[in-house]
Design a protein. Structure first.
Lengths: 973, 246
């Protein structure tokens, strides 16, 4: 009996058994790839927390990672291979056995390979195993391979690789411990999810630091910025121009840094109309030359004890030559970049631009830091300290997703070089295996498509001149996505966003099989969603066959894309598989060490699914692809991906994993070690090769670092990596547009190449601005990822969708007033191309001419096992419906893709819209467009989620926990 | 109706730094994840894949904009969970003694066995920090991870609340706010940590640290051009910077 007047004390078990076992692995709830501890109780996940020893997250874990239990529990998981039985898009499938699924796939693929291998388009979306998938494509013999980088980050990757030999995004980091001033451009939740948050916490709790966020929207990181600059989308390059202008005018630049580490002094031919105009002046041994002010003559740039000139006009073999820095400063001191002029275009006040430039200069030059670290430079000169200019910059999607992103990113790198803050204490730092020599090889392979023949090289690479392009004798694109063609010459990550359109159209040719992995191309990964869906189901009127004849798709969940496949290969979850996060691909390194990692299966799958990489390796063997079979035609990796991870060698001694090679004591290179995986598991599923302190900065000219980078095979030569403030590669394409060289753009593309390929970047308006009625469509429309959701995987998660299951179009008070809108009004959002009906909300922290929303919350009815009446389908929306995939026809009669003209990066954020209130009779309290509900026979309704109940029941006091690792509180990071 | 202890030996609680909270929800989800198999297990979700998914969360993040006089608008991310008040009205109002404050450490808990689900406590709590689990018919709330912070089956430095160990920015600290020499008390004093709604007289143990106003750490507001001439030619600029570098 309970006496209500007596305080009856509860006996609290404060030491329940947490788990039977803790298994460590790598998270995959986003691309950050943190180390996690999965606490298992009775075969169920009790708890997932961050691995304290892990170089990425050091014990912390974000909302996505913490929701891993519900990802594993998702009822949207596919359970068995599916073969389409009705029409494409209907969602009618029959379940088949793996034997049959693999037989069908093998038949389809071998037909292609026997005839014309490039008729396979293999695009792998959010793939973290691109060194395997790319290699598979090259062994298959198709050039038509890429992952999703073309619609994600290629502007940043390419701009960095062509300028400083490394890049932002996940390949570089802020020196969080030392920086005093951070400029964060266009950065919201994305890769490096936890390191950026940890870094901001670190930076903001140190004294005398400042964090400036340049972002049209004040959410997340921007909300805690010491200063928020609500810039107009697509104008960041102009702001950077203006900052550079101020610094140059005040002579606040690091001349020594420029002289030692960049190509500022290299002489350039000033020979207009000739084939060497704008190229570097080189000697017979191809060494760039400088003019020495002391010796008063032209010498090799590598010669010691010179005083190279930054300015002046000289003659080399009777041709006028000029140091590149003079050309650069002449362009950058253009009065169009004055703060007073730039202010109205960027929506950043003149006084603010001037103040920011001044703060940068003050921090860089008056708050210089000196770390007591002895090091030796590439010339053998010893230094007692490392000098740092503690101004750091980081930039991501807000820069990347514009058609001027490549040049904007290059401008940021130029700003960094001018103040000497790349890879110095307090600045921006490269993560291993970067930096690389500019431009890194190898070049894209795939000029010929020969039956049953592999390529030696890889499909993707960095072209350094027109000769490296993948175009035919008529200068037409060779690849289905037109990557590495004149349309987007430096498309180093391909253009996944163009594949479906081009394959449907047969431009440049028709394909037979479209093979995709983990990319929601019939929904939130597509531009122009409606048309993309229509193209997937469109049939040839004469033959009655689908225009894209066969589609194979692999995914772990019933996404919007699954119903459009003919054959569905169900993937496992991230907790059920082996994986490797490789230095050959996208490693988890930091600036302080080279690191790679594995995933190990921590749970056994009870569904009839197989990890995609296992399937791919199996298909490789069935198809008899070189590298996947032994001499006797038996499978080379009969145990699947794990077998490949341990035993595959890309070059002798170099495999997917760099740690514990040879006898377990070699890093980087060494023979195959059968025990390697056990060593990884023992160490928490990662390996971190820490650099010695003398290798930690100035990596591009640091003798000790360059030596080890060369030994590990990251760079081909033990030479300084010279930062390219002036880009000769860009000039080579420009010269081709003027008719020089053996490979020239078709006539109708010459003007375009000439306009965009400049050795010195110059901001231009996002291309869409010039194509539309700019007065009508005057608002910029962009998206951001919610911090707790990465994309469609996360947004159907039972816990995460309780945090966000719908979005609004957020508008400024200015726009609200002008359009007479109030909170929750239903409005039309119209682009030059299509319109959507959504609800709006008014906010203060947004650029006044920008509207925005959260990305990938909206879902199609019937997908992801959600109730078709879910808010995700009726109130939430994706803005993709109104983003065109093609730009309007130009004067030259051609529809260019909506991409950066240099890299092919999808220009998601170029979108311009008009918004207006719905008429009364248009309001039905649902978003428009509504697509037909996808059929999903296997949908399960779950009334109550009681997860945890069974686990708690099984607690008992007398067992011990097998905790073989010390895990814990982030306070120690 | 339920008595509060006259004094608690410790005042365990959280200090939350609003200056660095980016509103990422890591703490909320990690809390849910730990606690759904913890002391108050399970934290039910109703219609998790339905048209109105709802569930029990001990920690929720509210994001809103405020207008400040000096700096214009400010976006605030405000994590909210039980503040384990010294004068917890949720305890004194409880008719069954199910809601109670522990004498040893000050943690406010609910005994699910004696809770009758009358919700008086949630009416009494001025912070709205209680969570009624309609499936179980009992009130639930933040336990400060009472089954984690003392758990001898976990390594010592893992014995902190889940919201603290997961927080990526380090915005959450945990400790004994009664211990004048503790790190956490020093942090509160350095940053002038404050009580949420002190006028409610609940004496919350948890403290919040306010967003910092920008300190002016710079000497100048703009750079001085090397030339006073607005229309300085490029050639003059070259001459002057070369002269300056000599």
């Amino acid at each position: 009996m309970i006496n209500p007047f007596e305080t009856k004390r509860e006996v609290v078990n404060t030491s329940p058994i947490v788990s039977d076992e803790v298994k460590k692995t790598t998270c995959y709830m986003c691309a950050c790839r943190c180390g996690i501890n999965v606490h298992l109780k009775d075969g169920k996940i009790r708890y997932i927390d961050g691995n304290k020893d892990h170089p990425i997250n050091k014990g912390v874990l974000c909302a996505k990672g913490s929701a891993g239990i519900m990802q594993q529990n998702s009822p949207a998981k596919l359970t068995k291979p599916l073969l389409r039985v009705g029409e494409r898009g209907e969602g009618n499938f029959k379940e088949i056995e793996w034997d049959e699924a693999l037989r069908i796939a093998t038949t389809w693929l071998s037909e292609v390979r026997n005839k014309d291998p490039k008729k396979l388009a293999f695009f792998t979306g959010r793939d973290q195993s691109q060194s395997l998938t790319g290699w598979w494509a090259s062994k298959f013999g198709t050039c038509n391979f890429a992952a999703h980088g073309g619609f994600c980050s290629v502007n940043m990757a390419a701009a960095g690789m062509y300028t400083i030999g490394g890049s932002f995004w996940e390949f570089g980091e802020v020196d969080w411990d030392h920086t005093k001033y951070l400029l964060l451009f266009g950065c919201a939740e994305d890769h490096d999810s936890n390191p950026i948050k940890m870094g901001l916490g670190n930076l903001k709790t140190r004294k005398d630091t400042k964090f400036v966020s340049i972002n049209p929207v004040k959410t997340g990181y921007s909300a805690i910025a010491d200063e928020w600059l609500g810039i107009r989308p697509g104008t960041d390059g102009l702001l950077v121009h203006s900052i550079i202008y101020e610094l140059l005018k005040a002579n606040k630049i690091d001349w020594k840094y420029l002289e030692r580490f960049t190509n500022s002094n290299w002489l350039v031919y000033n020979n207009p109309g000739n084939k060497n105009h704008g190229l570097f002046v080189r000697d017979k041994n191809n060494q760039p030359l400088i003019f020495c002010k002391i010796k008063k003559k032209i010498l090799k740039s590598s010669e010691e004890n010179t005083k190279p000139s930054f300015f002046g006009s000289y003659y080399f073999n009777d041709v006028n030559v000029i140091p590149s820095f003079e050309l650069i400063t002449k362009e950058l001191l253009n009065d169009d970049f004055k703060p007073s002029i730039v202010a109205s275009k960027t929506d950043i006040k003149e006084s603010v631009i001037k103040r920011i430039a001044s703060e940068i200069a003050e921090t860089a030059f008056e708050k210089e830091i000196e770390l007591p670290i002895k090091w030796t430079d590439i010339n053998g000169k010893k230094h007692d300290t490392m000098i740092g200019r503690p101004v750091s910059m980081h930039a991501m999607r807000g820069i990347s997703a514009h058609s001027n992103g490549f040049d904007t990113c290059r401008l940021i790198h130029i700003l960094q070089m001018l103040i000497g803050s790349i890879d110095v204490p307090g600045g921006f730092r490269y993560k291993a295996p970067y930096p690389k020599h500019v431009v890194p090889g190898p070049k894209p392979s795939g000029h010929k498509s020969i039956p049953n023949t592999s390529y030696d090289g890889m499909p993707l690479g960095f072209p350094s001149s027109p000769e490296d392009l993948l175009t035919d004798e008529n200068e037409k694109p060779i690849r289905i996505d037109k990557a590495f063609s004149w349309e987007n010459p430096l498309s180093a990550h391909g253009l996944m966003h163009m594949v479906i359109n081009n394959a449907w159209k047969g431009d440049p040719y028709k394909i037979d099989v479209l093979f995709m992995y983990m990319a929601n191309m019939a929904w939130n990964s597509a531009m122009n969603t409606k048309e993309t869906i229509a193209k997937l189901i469109d049939k040839d009127k004469i033959t009655g066959n689908y225009k894209i004849p066969k589609i194979i798709y692999s995914d772990a969940y019933y996404s919007e894309t699954v119903p459009y496949a003919d054959l569905v290969l169900p993937d496992s979850t991230y907790l059920e598989r082996w994986d490797c996060i490789s230095l050959l691909d996208r490693p988890i390194s930091s600036a302080d060490g080279a690191a790679d990692a594995i995933r190990q299966p921590v749970l056994e799958s009870k569904r009839d699914v197989r990890p995609f990489q296992d399937v791919l390796i199996d298909l490789g063997a069935r198809l008899g692809l070189p590298g996947f079979i032994n001499d006797d035609f038996s499978a080379k990796f009969p145990n699947g991906y794990i077998d490949y991870i341990v035993n595959h060698e890309r070059k002798p001694g170099v495999g997917p994993l760099a740690g514990w090679r040879g006898n377990g004591d070699s890093f980087g290179k060494g023979k195959v070690n059968p025990n390697q995986i056990n060593e990884y598991i023992k160490n928490g599923c990662f390996h971190n090769h820490k650099f010695s302190s003398d290798q930690s900065y100035y990596k591009f000219a640091n003798k000790s670092y360059i030596n080890i980078a060369n030994e590990f095979g990251w760079i081909g030569k033990k030479e300084q990596i010279v930062l390219q403030i002036y880009s000769e590669e860009m000039q080579k394409f420009r010269l081709a547009s003027e008719g020089h060289g053996s490979k020239k753009p078709p006539d109708y593309m010459r003007a375009r190449i000439k306009k965009y390929f400049r050795p010195i970047p110059k901001w231009y308006q996002p291309i869409e601005d010039n194509n539309i009625e700019s007065e009508k469509y005057s608002l910029n429309a962009i998206t951001q990822r919610p911090p707790h959701m990465y994309h469609s995987w996360g947004s159907h998660n039972a816990w995460l969708r309780q945090i966000t299951n719908r979005n609004y179009l957020y508008i400024s008070e200015f726009v609200a007033k002008k359009n007479k809108l109030k909170d929750n009004d239903w409005i039309w959002v119209e682009s030059s191309y299509n319109k959507i009906k959504v609800q709006c909300r008014i906010m203060k922290g947004v650029n006044k001419l920008t509207v925005w929303t959260w990305n990938a919350i909206g879902k199609r009815k019937g997908a992801w096992n959600l109730d078709p009446k879910s808010p995700e389908t009726e109130k939430a929306f994706i803005i993709n419906h109104i983003i065109p995939d093609l730009l309007p026809k130009r004067e030259d009669g051609y529809n260019y893709s909506n991409s950066d003209p240099i890299t092919g990066q999808a220009a998601w954020y170029d979108l311009k819209v008009d918004i207006y209130k719905c008429k009364e009779n248009e309001i039905d309290y649902k978003v428009y467009p509504a697509f037909k509900t996808l059929k999903n026979k296997s949908r399960k309704n779950i009334e109550i989620n009681t997860y945890g109940k069974q686990i708690k029941k099984s607690f008992s006091k007398n067992q011990s926990t097998k905790h073989f690792e010390y895990i814990g509180n982030k306070k120690n990071y | 109706m339920t008595e509060l202890p006259k004094k608690t030996n410790k005042k365990l609680g959280l200090v939350i730094d609003l200056d660095i909270c980016v509103g990422c929800h890591a703490c909320a989800v990690n809390c849910k994840e730990w606690n759904t198999s913890g002391h108050s297990s399970p934290l039910h979700d109703v219609e998790p894949y339905g048209d109105d998914p709802t569930g029990v969360w001990f920690n929720r993040i509210h994001t809103f904009e405020v207008e400040t006089e000096v700096k214009g608008s400010k976006t605030v991310h405000f994590p909210k969970s039980c503040l384990h008040c010294e004068d917890a009205p949720c305890v004194s109002v409880c008719p069954t003694g199910a809601s109670y404050k522990r004498e040893e450490d000050g943690i406010v808990l609910v005994n699910a066995d004696t809770c009758i689900g009358c919700k008086l406590c949630s009416w009494a709590c001025p912070y709205g920090a209680r969570e009624y689990d309609e499936t179980a018919g009992v009130m639930k709330k933040c336990t400060l991870c009472v089954d984690k912070i003392y758990n001898e089956n976990l390594p010592e430095n893992e014995r902190v609340p889940a919201c603290v160990s997961s927080c990526p920015t380090g915005a959450r600290s945990f400790g004994d706010l009664a211990d004048e020499n503790s790190e956490i008390v020093k942090l509160v004093s350095e940053r002038e940590g404050y009580d949420l709604m002190p006028e409610q007289d609940c004496k919350p143990v948890n403290k919040y640290l306010a967003p910092k106003l920008n300190k002016d750490i710079f000497k100048n507001n703009e750079l001085k051009p090397i030339s006073k001439d607005e229309n300085q030619s490029f050639e003059d600029w070259i001459e002057q910077v070369q002269g300056a570098s000599k």
